[in-house]
Design a protein around this ligand. Structure first.
Ligand code: KG4
Ligand code: ZN
Length: 342
């Protein structure tokens, strides 16, 4: 497949963001994301509503991505879409749309694993971004995932550890909910944490063997602590919000950094690339930067728009698979559980 110019239209609809992107080879031409506000009032993503919103959004979002990129659909080389993992009702919208469009245009269809895409987002060509060389360790942290993956090559990845219950983003969001903050509370915890004392309230870190994570115990610990303190002083939360947030964030960062150190020790790999919405967290970014000096690591943090769920990351995987003529058949189906490497 030599040096021809490849245009990929990519579609992402695994959770609550409807996104479409156009890539020219490894460069992003457009990356449109329609975030669904409807879930805010329910304090979390409601699958049925997400699916319905995807159906409403997908046509205008794809249209906008093509027109922003100034590309006619006849110029497209292939359509890439998120096959899984994610919410079935949400995945079905993107999958069916991609299949029909590829069929209508008589161009190849490329199925993409969403978790692999979070990692390969590091290979989108951008002036401000450097791609890690192989092998590297990827830490994918978001509202739906927490994984440490050993990346030997584009499509040779091994999950070394993952959360056994809640994802890191859920730990942030559920803690925020306990404090009475609106959904998604992660960014607010980050904001208040910057003004607080991270050592004010020590929370117990879960003990999980190996490189796996667990965050549900931490959440319960925080809940009981808050209930206890509020009984003594009804204004405890408002009087200590910054310190509580700083302490929660400090504990979560400690858990992540401890596991990363363990993964580096186990593999000897010192290149760390992060991805997922929680990579926006200022404390995590700071801890990673500090590790460059203290641990001798090289860290990679993609542009924020490639951290959260977006179609450009699906597009880069589409491009890499196109190079290997790794196409999907028209009978391909969405996969709610889709493990990297399966
Ligand atoms: O990747 P993402 O946009 O969607 C998926 O969950 O797949 O990640 C969203 C998650 C939410 O849990 C949100 O609270 C969290 O990322 N988040 C943050 C920050 N920004 C977003 N958590 C902590 N600190 C932040 N600054
Ligand atoms: Zn994601």
């Amino acid at each position: 497949m030599g040096n021809e110019t490849i245009y990929i239209l990519a579609i992402e609809s695994s959770c609550d963001d409807t996104s479409a992107a156009v890539l020219c080879n490894k460069k992003m031409l457009s990356n449109v994301v329609a975030t669904q506000q409807i879930h805010e009032e329910y304090g979390g993503v409601v699958p049925e509503l997400a699916s319905r919103a995807h159906q409403q959004n997908i046509v205008p979002v794809v249209h906008q991505a093509l027109s922003k990129a100034n590309i006619d659909k006849k110029q497209l080389s292939a359509i890439a879409f998120t096959r899984g993992p994610g919410l079935m009702g949400s995945l079905l919208v993107g999958t069916s749309f991609a299949k029909s469009l590829a069929l209508g245009l008589s161009i190849p269809l490329i199925e993409v694993n969403h978790m692999q895409a979070h990692i390969l987002a590091h290979f989108i060509e951008e002036e401000t971004m450097q791609s890690p060389s192989f092998p590297f360790l990827a830490l994918t942290i978001s509202g739906g995932h927490t994984q440490i993956v050993l990346v030997r090559n584009y499509f040779d990845m091994e999950i070394l550890g993952q959360s056994l219950d809640d994802a890191v983003g859920e730990a942030f969001d559920k803690s925020a909910k306990i404090l009475g903050l609106p959904y998604p509370g992660g960014p607010l915890v980050d904001k208040y944490a910057q003004l607080g004392d991270p050592k004010a309230f020590p929370f117990t870190k879960p003990r999980v063997a190996g490189l796996n994570f667990s965050f549900s115990g931490l959440k319960t610990g925080i809940l009981y602590f808050i209930q206890r303190e509020v009984k003594k002083n009804p204004d405890f939360i408002s009087e200590n919000l910054n310190d509580i947030c700083a302490s929660i964030q400090h504990t979560i960062i400690h858990i992540l950094m401890d596991k990363l150190k363990m993964a580096v020790k186990q593999t000897g790999v010192k290149r760390i690339a992060i991805g997922g919405g929680v990579s926006a967290n200022s404390g995590i970014r700071k801890a990673l930067k500090e590790s460059e000096k203290s641990q001798g690591w090289t860290t990679y943090i993609p542009k924020f728009e490639y951290c959260t769920d977006n179609a450009a990351m699906i597009g880069i995987v589409g491009y890499l698979k196109y190079q290997e003529a790794h196409f999907a058949e028209q009978n391909v189906t969405a996969k709610a559980r889709y493990v990297i490497g399966s």
